[in-house]
Design a protein around this ligand. Sequence first.
Ligand code: NAP
Length: 200
Amino acid sequence: MRILVIGGKGTIGKRVSDHFMQEHEVIIAGRSSGDVTVDITDSNSIKAMFEQTGKLDAIVGIAGEAKWAPFSELSEEDYYIGLKSKLMGQVNLVRIGQHYLNDGGSVTLSTGILADDPVLQTASAAMVNGGIHSFVQAAALEMERGIRVNVVSLGVVEDAYEKYKGYFPGHNPVPTPKVVNAYVRSVMGKDNGMVIRKYE
Ligand SMILES: NC(=O)c1ccc[n+]([C@@H]2O[C@H](COP(=O)([O-])OP(=O)(O)OC[C@H]3O[C@@H](n4cnc5c(N)ncnc54)[C@H](OP(=O)(O)O)[C@@H]3O)[C@@H](O)[C@H]2O)c1
């Protein structure tokens, strides 16, 4: 398979890319790293990325940001960070990317536990995660040529636990093999319109 991993040098993306590289051709995209550079907040940049990669069997998005801050401090502009990056950035990976997928290909997006089980300071981040879950379920109904779309929703991953544990008291980190397998399930399996949840 030819697999494009956007955010493939990131904390989660590196684990997923390293796994798929064992048996597949993996192209890594990132804002400042990888084989191809892209800014997912800009749909022209996304189009240019796909023009460079050519036809693919799987698109895996593991990139996207949202502002974390106390609800009383979040400005309207702060919300737009998440809407433009994690939400519309990933929607555009599907909207534009479908035309670069071979028949039977797939798109896998990334969200997180905040959609179902938010913690303090995540009104914006939780909102965009939930939006992507609804988007994936609806878009999957209209995919053509056997193309599938799913989203992986993870709890705090083992590799990032030290950084985030203060925000997630009492949460169990998600072990790396579970993280990788959530993406394997989406790319290699037959799921469509699924929110693949691994929260511990
Ligand atoms: N870490 C966790 O425990 C966890 C749990 C659940 C969900 N998530 C979600 O999973 C995603 C990845 O998390 P992570 O911890 O692996 O993040 P990370 O280590 O910060 O890596 C993010 C990757 O995304 C790329 N990226 C960021 N903004 C981009 C943009 N606008 N255009 C293109 N590429 C961009 C970065 O590229 P450059 O390095 O080249 O800038 C980097 O490769 C995030 O959306 C995060 O919210 C994370």
